[in-house]
Structures are given as structure tokens and as C-alpha cells.
Design a protein around this ligand. Structure first.
Ligand code: FAD
Length: 279
């Protein structure tokens, strides 16, 4: 049986590259606002590649009267550049950040004055005190570059101890991995809210591509079914809706603090899942 229907939701967007993309995202946001999100977050290209688009989208969301979180990645950044951007975000009225290391696109040198997200969190706290609510990334199925699950858990604990208020997970389709991660973190004395990141399934090729890059596992039974549907997008979407709604229901019954949807700038799949959940 499902617990409370009043589960907080939040939505993630990426900065559109074209004026048409900006208009489409604005329309998608308006549909999603019917779900009264706690906040909407906007991704940030590592190396600052999307800074202008990220900040513009964050500005739009704030102007629409909704709390906005700017993702903020530090790889390749300097203390001076981070300081300047924090001042800009503060002046814009941003109160939430998702603090990340990020991945530099190939071709960029490593460089920069920050090595890990924990360095960024510590720097933001030292520079701006409690001005920002800081979220960090968590990986129930382990970050793909981590030496081991234990090493990754310690890296997560270090980010929280550096001053993060909460975490959002990489997406996953196996709720056991999430609950195990939360239990293990708790045993290390790390008990900030860990909000599961939810990736709706609407296309097999896109999902396989993202999952290969991010290390998020697609269970074999899901992969097999998706491959069997081929180009039949109606069946893929119907199956994806069932699978992801069931996952969210298991998570809700297990007492998660909220659901963070990777919307891919689309509203339909997220709205369908939330409607089925009665949110
Ligand atoms: P970190 O926490 O720094 O971890 C990176 C790796 O280093 C891990 O393998 C970790 O185990 C290891 N590590 C950490 N600390 C140490 C240490 N002290 N010693 C040794 N190893 C260590 N990317 C973007 O570019 N833009 C975005 O907007 C964006 N948004 C995201 C939102 C969410 C919710 C999530 C889950 C991911 C997002 N990403 C984004 C992807 C993210 O940037 C990548 O997964 C990146 O590779 C790691 O970032 P991180 O902040 O988790 O890094």
C-alpha cells in the first residue's frame, strides 16, 4: 500500500541551445508546475561550457516564482572563477546549488584548482557560510570511476561532512541498491536526506547511451524487453511507465524523502508517472 501522497518532487532540466528549445522548455515547465515542485534544477556543463544557458534558465524559473537550484561543477575551475559565479548566483537570488565535480569533455586539459566535489562544497561553505542549500550527487550503484563501493561511499561521506545538506542520486532501476546505500551511509554517521533521481523510460537508445556513460545499470529483464520492442515507441513508453511507476512506488513505500525527476526537458512521462502515483 502506498504511504503519503504528499511526497515532495523536484525536476531537473538542461539549458536549451536554441530559442525554440527555450520556448519548448518554458511550456514543459508550466505543465510540470501543476505538481508544485519543491524546486527545479538546471544542469551545468563541466568546464563552464553552459554557464550562460544555465544561469538564464535558472533566472527564468525564479521569475516564474519557483525555487531554482543551479548545478555547479568545479572541474577545470579556479577559486577566483567559482567565487565570481557564487556572487552572480547570489545576486540572482539563487539559494540552492547542486555541487559537483563534473566530467570535462575530451580535449579539455585536467587543470583547475578543485579535484573533487568535496573540495567545492568546502570552498562554498568557507566563502558563503549558510547562504546556499547544497545538494551533492550520490551513486547507489557506485560512480563508474570509483576504486570500490566502499571508497565511493567514503567520498560521498566526505562531501556531506564538507557541508552538504542533502543528496540526489544517479538514476537506477533497482530500489535495493538505493536502500543499501542509504543504510551504509547511515552506519557511517551520514544521515542527510538522499533523494532518488528518477529517469523516466521513453526511448531505448537514449537510455542505453546514458547508462553506458554514467554507470547506471539497466537490469537485464528491462534491457531485454526494450530491445524486443525495437522501434515500437508506444510499447516502450507503456512499459517504461509501468516499470518506473513501480520503482517510485517501492521507493515511496520505503520512506524516501522525495523524488527528483530527470525530465530531459519533457513533461509527458514525468506527469504520467506522478499521476499514476497520485501525486
Ligand atoms: P565526486 O564526488 O568528486 O566523485 C568523483 C569520483 O572521485 C568518484 O569516483 C569518487 O569515488 C572519487 N573521489 C571523490 N573524492 C575522492 C578522494 N578524496 N580521493 C579519491 N577519490 C575520490 N555533470 C555535469 O557535468 N553537470 C551537471 O549538471 C551534472 N549534474 C548531475 C546531477 C546529479 C544528481 C548526478 C548524480 C550527477 C550529475 N552530473 C553532472 C554528473 C557528475 O558530474 C559526474 O558523475 C562526475 O563524474 C562526478 O561528479 P561528482 O560530483 O559525483 O564527483
Amino acid at each position: 500500500m502506498s504511504s503519503s501522497a504528499a511526497l515532495p518532487v523536484s525536476f531537473e532540466f538542461f539549458p536549451p541551445k536554441t530559442p525554440e528549445g527555450v520556448d519548448k522548455l518554458r511550456a514543459a515547465r508550466q505543465r510540470l508546475y501543476a505538481l508544485k515542485p519543491e524546486f527545479c534544477s538546471v544542469t551545468y556543463g563541466a568546464g563552464g561550457s553552459t554557464q550562460e544557458g544555465t544561469f538564464n534558465t535558472v533566472r527564468d524559473i525564479l521569475a516564474e516564482g519557483v525555487a531554482a537550484a543551479s548545478h555547479f561543477s568545479c572541474i577545470g575551475a579556479t577559486q577566483a572563477s567559482v567565487r565570481e559565479q557564487l556572487a552572480q548566483l547570489k545576486a540572482m537570488g539563487v539559494q540552492r546549488l547542486v555541487a559537483l565535480r563534473g566530467d570535462l569533455p575530451s580535449g579539455y586539459g585536467a587543470g583547475g584548482e578543485f579535484h573533487y566535489a568535496s573540495d567545492l562544497v568546502a570552498f562554498i561553505r568557507a566563502e558563503t557560510g549558510d547562504d546556499f542549500h547544497i545538494e551533492v550527487a550520490a551513486y547507489p550503484e557506485m560512480h563508474p570511476q570509483a576504486k570500490s563501493p566502499d571508497a565511493d561511499l567514503l567520498a560521498y561521506a566526505a562531501k556531506v561532512k564538507a557541508g552538504a545538506n542533502a543528496a540526489i542520486t544517479q538514476y537506477f532501476y533497482n530500489s535495493d541498491a538505493y536502500f543499501r546505500f542509504v543504510d551504509d551511509a547511515y552506519k557511517l554517521g551520514v544521515d542527510v536526506p538522499v533523494v532518488p533521481g528518477i529517469m523516466p523510460i521513453t526511448s531505448s537508445t537514449q537510455l542505453m547511451r546514458f547508462s553506458d556513460a554514467s554507470g547506471a545499470e539497466i537490469p537485464r529483464w528491462i534491457r531485454t524487453r526494450l530491445m524486443a520492442y525495437g522501434d515500437d515507441t508506444t510499447s516502450i513508453k507503456a512499459f517504461g511507465l509501468d516499470v518506473v511507476t513501480d520503482l517510485c512506488d517501492q521507493l515511496r513505500n520505503g520512506g524516501v524523502p522525495g523524488l527528483h525527476f530527470y525530465t530531459m526537458n519533457q513533461s509527458a512521462a514525468t506527469l504520467d508517472i506522478c499521476e499514476r502515483l497520485g501525486l
